[in-house]
Ligand binder design. Sequence first.
Ligand code: PMP
Ligand code: GLN
Length: 390
Amino acid sequence: MKSPNPLFASLPTTVFTRMSALAVRHGAINLGQGFPDRDGPDWIIEAAARALRQESNQYPPATGVPTLRQAIADHEARFYGLSVDPDQEVIVTSGATEALADCFLALLEPGDEAVVIEPFYDSYVPQIRAAGGVPRFVRLTPPDWSVSEAGLRTVLSDKTKLLVLNSPMNPSSKLFTDEELTLIARLAEEFDFYVVCDEVYEHLTFDGLVHKPLIAREGMRERCVRIASAGKIFSFTGWKVGYMIADAPLASVLMKAHQFVTFTTPPALQYAVAAALAAPDDYFQGLIDEQQALRDFLSTGLKSLGFAVAPAAGTYFITTDISAISDLDDEVFCEFITREAKVAAIPMSAFYSPEGAGDVPRQFVRFCFSKQKSVLDEALKRLDRGLAAQ
Ligand code: PMP
Ligand code: GLN
């Protein structure tokens, strides 16, 4: 029998699925896969339930229900001063993952190069390769994870078709600075590439920092696709309602990819997200305050256990360096703490490519802090006991 596509056949199951399964097997607290352990607001669930009964459950328009597209346009104006045409510049997708696939399929031709910043979110590289693209890696290092012009120039050329910019960034929890955004914008013009802006953690920025979309910068409107996910904004990661914003000519091509990837997204969830996006400012600030307090609680606890903890400007995650407390590599360490301490985390080597510059780092471990404080407290106690047994 002929073999299936080796690109997928040779891939492991995602690190999130593997670690979540291991957590279940060992009865561990799961600080691995990034999801809050409590659902978002009840009133949003009610809106979804109402929509299931009152709205059509047949195919909605491929770009999304008009009510949601209008709510998205209002959200973009409210938070970023962006003026977006809801009929031509918004495409609702089944999560950001689908939006990313649509972008790579619509933008890349075989052999085109796509710049990926390490450590990267795990779906980018296989999605780029599946679209025929060739990933080129730029590696960032803690604690500031800053991106340099020299670093970018080593991989940029006339073959560069796009760069993936994930800010706030998973797993490093970095928020790209104004200077870095200006640099990327300048290089995008010089080398004539698109920027796929994965901004799913846009509303999870801490310490008064504010997310600034690249698409809102001068000259960037035609080159950027802004990707968002309601799953992260409203703590419903299982809903998989995302969207893309792009200038109309580009959006019309992204739409062609979207129409043959999923075509549509469940309408009731779209109506609920439309209502949610109009939430008062208190909701958005409340989310930040809650998550920032959890970040601080887990960071302090992990530091007191001897982990080196990198600053986290946003997202659900903390990066730690385990070299001071363990000789194990990140994979073995994560298996060890899941099995022995009954706390799961993510080995960050999964977010690097062997094709990147230098060896893949093996000392970084990512913890998700988006859990109830009592759960984090118990996880810290378990780690304390488990590490002593190492
Ligand atoms: N990008 C990043 C950086 C993420 O962390 C995630 C996590 N889920 C996604 C994209 C995918 O988002 P969604 O669940 O909306 O597909
Ligand atoms: N984005 C989530 C994380 O980084 C995982 C999503 C998934 O499991 N695909 O943990």
